[in-house]
Design a protein around this ligand. Structure first.
Ligand code: OAD
Length: 262
């Protein structure tokens, strides 16, 4: 069968479902003005993650790590959700999408209105003291160009997962449960290079889900676990998908009415 329009195929696959789940990465927020980590414009092109994004680096030199973190806080603070975040919220609102598992720390899924968001790598909204465990909202303590401090004097760490830190256990449990029980997994804007998040599509596939990837580039998943790769930007593809799901009408050509992904 020729696959003329993969977005139509995805619409066909999602229509009438109640068990879709999405896994998102930095690519979904690129069109909100937050560059992805990898690639020419990425934060990891400017800052070596082994030097600036590990727990060990933070413990050795938190001021240095805050040079990188300050950029992340500023980027997240300035960003607003785009059509891809809104599209996922729309799918949840119609009962098609059950959960969004995100590696992003920008809070844009919640800002778009998605309720069931599993934050796999934490979020930028809170700062935590690694000495006395006091927590603060980031907006209360963060001033650009400075490493924010706790009342006890220790430099605060954002509530995000640095390399070398475990995934918050509840997020990991919930994400794996969603992966094991979903019918369709939408994998949007992730290079799937970071473990254990990259296991989620494999868990879903092994349990029988159809894995759909929305990414302008191919990844390691594309030829291994993905059934349908849609090579486009997240906002463009999600925008089209939502229009097709709202009004399927003649948008579904006859060959797709009988299309089934193995
Ligand atoms: P990456 O920067 O590794 O990958 C971003 C992906 O998004 C790439 O595959 C791009 O092709 C794709 N992409 C770019 N623009 C896009 C667009 N407009 N629409 C759709 N896709 C687009 O980001 P992640 O996979 O999220 O972890 O990275 C995973 C983790 O690595 C992050 O959570 C972070 C980082 O180190 C930690 O900091 C622990």
């Amino acid at each position: 069968m020729t696959r003329e329009d993969p977005v139509l195929e995805a619409a066909r696959l999602l229509r009438g479902r109640t068990d879709a789940v999405a896994l998102t990465g930095a690519g979904i927020s690129v069109e909100s003005g937050i560059p992805a980590f990898r690639g020419s414009q990425g934060l990891w092109g400017k800052y070596d993650p082994m030097e600036y994004a590990t727990l060990g680096a933070f413990l050795r030199s938190p001021e240095k790590v805050w040079r990188m973190l300050s950029e992340m806080v500023a980027l997240c603070g300035d960003a607003a959700p785009n059509a891809a975040h809104r599209g996922l919220a729309d799918l949840e609102g119609r009962g098609i999408l059950r959960a969004v598992i995100t590696q992003n720390v920008d809070g844009l899924h919640q800002a778009a209105g998605t309720r069931n968001v599993i934050e796999y790598h934490g979020n930028m909204e809170a700062l935590v003291c690694i000495s006395c465990w006091r927590r603060y909202p980031t907006r209360e303590r963060w001033v650009d160009g400075q490493a924010p401090a706790c009342d006890c004097g220790e430099i605060l760490k954002p509530d995000v997962v640095l390399f070398g830190e475990p995934i918050p256990w509840l997020a990991q449990e919930r994400a794996e449960e969603e992966a094991r029980t979903c019918g369709v997994l939408l994998v949007i804007g992730t290079s799937a290079e970071v473990s254990p998040a990259c296991d989620i599509p494999r868990i879903a596939k092994k349990a029988g889900a159809v894995v759909v990837e929305i990414n302008p580039e191919e990844t390691d998943l594309t030829r291994t676990v993905v059934s349908l790769h849609i090579p486009g930007s997240a906002s463009e593809v999600m925008g089209q998908l939502i229009i097709m799901l709202r009004d399927p009408g003649d948008d579904f050509p006859p060959h797709l009415k009988s299309f089934n992904i193995p």
